[in-house]
Design a protein around this ligand. Structure first.
Ligand SMILES: [Zn+2]
Length: 81
């Protein structure tokens, strides 16, 4: 068994907890950023009736038709977050 003082043991637990919290925060940040990028890529807001709809991500056409008012809308440009 490895002899360790109580102060060192507490420090190790605190350091481990802080590391876990930082890793979870970083993982959540990356995941939210990817989701936001995906939402911006597939979401279209109609320029006539302001209805928001989702276009097919596999559809490479730059113009989509609004399902509410049938107005053709151009694919939005992806702006940096
Ligand atoms: Zn519309």
């Amino acid at each position: 068994m490895i002899p360790i003082q109580l102060g060192s043991l507490i420090f190790l637990f605190v350091a481990f907890g802080i590391t876990v919290v930082c890793l979870l925060w970083f993982w959540t940040y990356i995941r939210e950023r990817r989701r936001e990028t995906h939402r911006r890529r597939v979401a279209v807001q109609c320029r006539m009736c302001s209805a928001a709809y989702q276009r097919d991500s596999k559809d490479k056409r730059s113009v989509t038709v609004c399902p509410v008012c049938q107005t053709p809308n151009e694919r939005p440009r992806l702006r940096p977050i």
